[in-house]
Design a protein around this ligand. Structure first.
Ligand code: UD1
Ligand code: CA
Length: 458
């Protein structure tokens, strides 16, 4: 069996954060999620995650995930280090298993790479295989030390390296494959005799070499896959690379991104053919966008369903549905639980919350529509306010098909305007308007002749 052990117990002090390092997000998901997902999509059959620092927080986040958690004791008197972390999972693999060790802070590793790496390890009958890379700047990483025959003899950490060893550019990615039995035995011989006083997993290599075991080195071509996140700058570098990968995939699938560098789309999003996304868009979470849509400006869409042929301009849309051929924005705000129909228009500075807004209906300017059921082909004039809140409770308003709500009106909920009900501009409606009625609620206009002259205002 192939078992993966993902190390995620460390404190991550260099992040300077109250959030555990592996929960810091890359495109909307914690970095640990990417490592778990790559493991799941690879040939690995069992996944153990080692947690310690803020273990409960991590466990809670991933409670629905099909992985085992092992908790590394973090007391003052306990040892620390990657070797001690792996020790927590020795009960989870057998001597004949292949164990792959991954780091929760190395989120860009891909399943294809893992599979190739594991194949190399197994076909070469290695006791241990190290995923390595040549870096221009290897600072901070463990270095791969080879003998004159280019055979790997050990890994030396930055802090323990001699000046000569520091010149080595081949680094340890932190990703290893082991023969289960060999790993178990070698872990027993680890000591803390090093610059950091830790149990280093990397020391397993020299232990196995001393036992004359065969060590493999698998050098990666795309070095970016093994970038580790130790601080916020690394986090932003990884986000950049992940963004590039995700955006490339959208473009391959028929979506035009005018300026991919300035388009933020989370990998959980789905987008149909021929949709065009202009710079500045942020599309997040469980959002689907249909075909042939145009998304302009600093639009942000979260957990929403956008159907086909929709134009959205500079708008915030949260947990809502937008029907086909509808136009939204500029500067609209569609708040959670709204369902906008087809061929509708939600225009400049219109806010809609927890409402249904039927096919063909229009609210073109400056309106608040909250807790409402608006039917089809309704016209909501400029400045209309659905007065849904009395300071304590919220109430619903119904506006039925083909109704017309004049500009600057208030509909004080609970209230209903029936089909073909007309509300005159400037009215404050507190009583239901029946089918086909016109409702005017405002005082009669008086025009007083000669008033300015009388007051000597000229
Ligand atoms: C480690 C490697 C180094 C390698 C680098 C690659 C060791 C000793 N060094 O160094 O050779 O180049 O990764 O990124 O292994 N962790 C635990 N428990 C612990 C300590 C750490 O679970 O007690 C976890 C961390 O949460 C992290 C991973 O192990 O996910 C690596 O730990 P970190 O402290 O970042 O190791 P590096 O110094 O980067
Ligand atoms: Ca690290």
């Amino acid at each position: 069996m192939k078992v993966s052990i993902i190390l995620a117990a460390g404190e991550g002090t260099r992040m300077k954060s109250k959030t555990p390092k592996v929960l810091h997000e890359i495109l909307g998901a914690p970095m640990l999620k990417y490592v778990i997902d790559s493991s799941k999509r690879s040939d690995v059959e069992k996944i153990c995650v080692i947690i310690g620092h803020k273990a409960d927080e991590i466990k809670n986040y991933f409670q629905d995930e099909d992985v085992l958690f092992r908790v590394q004791p973090m007391g003052e008197d306990e040892p620390y280090g990657t070797g001690f972390a792996v020790k927590q999972a020795v009960g989870d693999f057998d001597d004949n298993d292949t164990v792959v060790v991954l780091n929760g802070d190395t989120p860009l590793i891909r399943e294809q790479t893992l599979d190739g790496f594991l194949q190399f390890h197994e076909q070469g009958h290695f006791s241990c295989t190290i995923l390595t890379a040549d870096l221009k700047d290897p600072t901070g990483y463990g270095r791969i030390v080879r003998d004159d025959d280019a055979k790997i003899v050990k890994i030396v950490e930055q802090k323990d390296a001699s000046e000569k060893e520091k010149l080595i550019r081949e680094i340890n990615s932190g990703i290893f494959a082991f023969n289960g039995g060999d790993l178990k035995r070698a872990l027993e011989s680890l000591d803390t005799d090093n610059a950091q006083g830790e149990l280093y997993l990397t020391d397993v290599v020299k232990i196995l070499v001393s036992e004359k075991k065969k060590i493999g080195g698998f050098k990666l071509r795309d070095k970016r896959e093994i970038l580790g996140v130790n601080n916020r700058e690394h986090l932003s570098n990884c986000t950049e690379i992940m963004k590039e990968r995700v955006n490339k995939k959208f473009m391959e699938n028929g979506v035009t991104l005018i300026d991919p560098n300035n388009t933020y789309i989370e990998p959980s999003v789905e987008i149909g053919f021929d949709t065009i996304i202009y710079p500045g868009a942020i599309i997040q979470g469980n959002t689907t966008i249909g075909e042939n849509c145009k998304i302009y400006g600093t639009t942000r869409i979260i957990d929403s369903e956008i159907k086909d042929n929709i134009v959205i301009d500079n708008t915030l849309i949260e947990e809502s549905i937008i029907g086909s051929n509808t136009k939204v924005g500029p500067y609209a705000h569609i708040r959670p639980n709204s369902n906008i129909g087809e061929n509708a228009k939600v225009g400049n500075f219109v806010e809609i919350k927890n409402s249904n807004f039927g096919n063909g209906s229009k609210a073109s300017h400056l309106a608040y529509i909250g807790d409402a059921d608006v039917g089809e082909n309704v016209n909501i004039g400029c400045g209309v306010i659905f007065v849904n809140y009395d300071g304590k409770n919220k109430f619903r308003t119904t506006v039925s098909n083909n109704a017309f709500i004049g500009s600057n009106s208030n509909l004080v909920a609970p209230v209903e305007v029936e089909e073909y009900g007309y509300v005159a501009a400037g009215s404050t409606i507190t009583k239901n308007v029946k089918e086909g009625q016109l409702s005017i609620e405002r005082s009669i206009q008086k025009n007083i002749d000669g008033w300015v002259e009388k007051k000597n205002l000229k």
